[in-house]
Design a protein around this ligand. Structure first.
Ligand code: PHE
Length: 352
């Protein structure tokens, strides 16, 4: 029996003892070092291959060869660790020598937001009306049929319901189709004189470039003794001129609402074409060349409405109006498509 390691295995051992440490020491970075580790200790690595060659040897040969393989393995393992540490140290040194981080550089400033064009229009309408003495009230967006229709003199079979067909729940509630039900809620819990506005979202079945299934209105209601149509005209003319332009044309057209009598639709001279009907020699698209645009509905509170809330129509009179905020914003800013308001597109919003 000899403990001589057979020739083939011995040659491989000698070659590895000579070359393997070079492979480790020459690794220029962590990735190359990892390749070296795999080439030696990986499943198909050369040290692993040596181990497999022990199989056919005698016990003495195994012991002799095993010993040398083990010592090679442990010295290479230590070398791998050393090389890894020194690569880390080099990387850290490079970072310390390089240009320092400048913590005094100003941070990115947060981009300040600003009110949405609908919010700013709503605020403008509110502040003008508040400056004229109206107080702000709010009502529910999910209404009952009584407040949205019946108390406003719109019984179940009334054709005016058609125009305001909307979103109903099964238990007789609906998304309010206008802010007028807030008139009822206010009068139910307070006695005259009353001067309130009620801003908020309303819902209808409309959907095109100037109508949205959800939009916003501001309702106005003034009730006292001796209120007449002249007060209505004066207050609304003053309000519209403060909102758009002090020279604005304002006209009142006869109209119909079940909850006002007489009723009017109020037009203003078109702010897009300055009431000329034309923009750069072609027909103004906003007023269709008519020079006027409709801006709100209004009228003297119908006696049936007073009766519904327990006010004596023989003693009190009043006026009411409802203005659409999208409409106001579209005219103030010259916006052609109502859907821009709800698209959340910064390219649109940043223009205001
Ligand atoms: N509620 C009506 C609408 O939405 C507007 C209006 C309000 C008309 C108050 C008259 C009085 O069309």
């Amino acid at each position: 029996m000899t403990d001589e390691i057979p020739g083939g295995l011995k040659d491989s051992l000698l070659a590895l003892e000579r070359d393997a440490s070079g492979l480790v020491d020459e690794a220029a970075d962590k990735a190359e070092l990892e390749s070296a580790r795999v080439a030696l200790f990986g499943r198909r690595g050369s040290i692993t291959a040596l181990g497999k060659q022990l199989a056919g040897l005698s016990a003495d040969q195994k012991r002799a060869a095993g010993k040398r393989i083990n010592s090679l393995r442990s010295s290479l393992t230590e070398q791998l660790k050393n090389r890894s540490d020194s690569l880390d140290a080099q990387a850290q040194a490079r970072e310390l020598e390089g240009p320092p981080l400048d913590y005094s550089l100003p941070a990115y400033a947060p981009e300040p937001g600003h009110p949405h064009p609908l919010a700013s229009s709503m605020e403008e309408v509110r502040s003008i009306l508040e400056s004229m003495g109206f107080a702000t009230a709010e009502g529910p967006q999910v209404e009952d049929e009584y407040h949205n229709f019946e108390a406003l003199n719109i019984p179940a079979d009334h054709p005016a319901r058609d125009m305001q067909d909307t979103f109903f729940t099964r238990d007789g509630h609906l998304l309010r189709t206008h802010t007028s039900p807030v008139q009822i809620r206010i009068m139910e819990k307070s006695s005259p004189p009353v001067a309130v506005i009620a801003p908020g979202a309303v819902y209808r079945q409309d959907d095109d470039i100037t109508h949205s299934p959800m939009f916003h209105q501001v309702e106005g209601l003034l009730v006292d003794k001796g209120v007449h149509f002249g007060h209505l005209k004066g207050v609304l003319t003053e309000f519209l001129r403060a909102l758009f332009d002090e020279d604005l044309g304002v006209r009142f057209r006869p109209s119909y609402f079940p909850f006002t009598e007489p009723s009017a639709e109020v037009d203003i001279s078109c702010v897009i074409c300055s009431g000329s009907g034309a923009v750069e020699n072609s027909r103004c698209r906003v007023c269709s060349g008519t020079a006027w645009v409709e801006i709100l509905g209004a009228g003297m509170v119908h006696p049936a409405v007073f009766e519904a809330v327990g006010y004596d129509p023989g003693v009190y009179s009043g006026f009411a109006f409802g203005v659409g905020i999208e409409r106001v914003a579209m005219l103030r800013f010259g916006i052609a498509d109502i859907r821009h308001f709800y698209s959340q597109d910064l390219r649109f919003l940043q223009q205001f």
